[in-house]
Design a protein around this ligand. Structure first.
Ligand code: TYD
Length: 136
């Protein structure tokens, strides 16, 4: 089973010119099938509260700061702070996540599948059943 981890992407440029960072399929653990971004999230809001059966993602805070709390079906709890536009968080399938945003945060997600509501595990009870199955 793969585990969540940060991936550092190259920064092209300089502090005087500004930077460009590039993500393309050849540098990713999956082929990109979808890109989405979220913005204007109030800093009091906690989003996420779900896991995915199959989806893999690499997620960036292209601006602001985004905190991810992840839980695997093995019970492992992990916290990641995204605060650099060139650092992405790889999230494999089957990780429950909650996400907090600074007021100016923009979250950019590269996803391994097109959107399907059937891929979501939105009930923590259903997720805990998967944890129990995994533990047996
Ligand atoms: P969701 O993934 O639950 O957002 P978050 O984890 O940030 O709270 O998605 C929020 C809503 O947007 C939900 O109704 C599904 C919809 N949505 C799409 O229609 N297509 C997509 O690609 C995504 C990511 C979400």
């Amino acid at each position: 089973m793969s585990t969540p981890h940060l991936i550092e992407f190259s920064k092209i440029g300089s502090s005087s010119l500004g930077y460009i960072t590039v993500a393309q399929n050849s540098g990713l653990p999956f082929q990109i099938q979808r890109v989405y971004w979220t913005y204007f999230t109030p800093d009091s809001m906690i989003r996420g509260h779900h896991a995915h059966y199959d989806l893999e993602q690499v997620i960036f805070a292209t601006s602001g700061i985004i905190e991810f709390n992840l839980e695997g079906i093995d019970g492992q709890q992990l916290k990641f702070i995204l605060d650099s536009p060139n650092v992405g968080l790889y999230i494999p399938k089957l990780y429950w996540r909650t996400i907090k945003f600074s007021h100016n945060a923009v979250l950019l997600c590269l996803a391994s599948m097109e959107y399907s509501e059937k891929d979501y595990i939105r009930s923590y009870y259903d997720f805990s059943l998967l944890k129990q199955e995994f533990a047996q």
